[in-house]
Ligand binder design. Sequence first.
Ligand SMILES: Cc1ncc(COP(=O)(O)O)c(C=O)c1O
Length: 382
Amino acid sequence: MSVVESAPAVDAAPVPYSGSLLDSGARELLLDTVREVATDPDQRFVLGRRTAELERRLRQRVGTGDVIACASGTSALGLALRAARLGPGDEVIVPAFGAEPLASTVLGVGAVPVFADVDPVTMVIDVADIARRLTARTRAVVPAHTFTTMADMPGVTRLAAAHGLTVIEDAAIAQDATLAGRAAGTWGQLGLYSFFPAKPFGMPGEGAAVLTDDPELARTVRALRDHGPGGERRSVHHEIGPHSGFDEIQAGFQLARLATQDARIARRARISAYYSQRFAPLRAHGLSAPAPDAEQCHYVYAVRTKRRDALAHHLAAHGIGTRVYYPLPLPRLPAFAPYAPPGARWPGAEQASAGHLALPLHPRLDQAQVSRIADAVAAFFR
Ligand SMILES: Cc1ncc(COP(=O)(O)O)c(C=O)c1O
């Protein structure tokens, strides 16, 4: 990969942060899939044979005991928490920096989220801080992979085993990533992937999957996604569950897209590696970028700098879209502030929130766009 330095092209076409999800091939595939499902004599639109086949193919691809497709990543987290029998009186440790569902789903089952700090550089949960936040009520931990970095799953699972905690691995953003040769989503008793459009295996709609090696947990998640486990007779439910199905049009689309998934991930990885190569010399000027690492996930490429807002304005002036994902740590959000113990602090999460800026990273970016983005960042710091 050559590193070409050039002045930013102010008059070039804008590079929006996300761009469109569907290239022309994917658009045609979606339209063909709609026709196929609409005209299928089966007339089964939710949790039909395509969903079952997608679950089977993902099971094989990931090498896990079971994969249960459901309506969204948020719903998958809720299903996993319920299947793990977490509820009132329980504390669940979640990262202080990350997506809202990490805390809202815990509250949704009646348990209390306890926020552990993140490492300010990698922005993933700090295992030492998990240990500091344990109490007699702690029942589970939900580590989440963030941007380009997988959480320290060996460290989390060791600590959890020592304290008898359930691990629910939130791999919403990390499908197809591995750590120490083990697939994201397979480290805990339960794991999950989101298929929300911008995710690594994103699709034109909402959907997700729960992963587990435990047949009993899998059976419970399957039953819970369909209003809750029943008895001998259909629709005689013994327990309340949400309605969290998976759409057959999306299942057909995802089945067809599996063949090209590795190429999309490889393209994301190449862009990520290129950025990291270009940004390494800028460390001395105040830019901190993810280190190139074969085992990173490639969802969002976030740099960190004390001059974050100025960098965002500079890039906007050059037609380049950026995003701040989590402007405040979770316990600082008004919705979750009641669960922040008085006087508690999360310095790593504060730094991550104040400093991160995500640059465009998706497989439809071409090399000219990627070079232009890197050039514009470099020009800001020189
Ligand atoms: C870490 C994490 N968990 C859960 C979710 C929720 O996934 P979904 O958008 O599919 O509901 C997200 C969404 O971005 C996420 O980043």
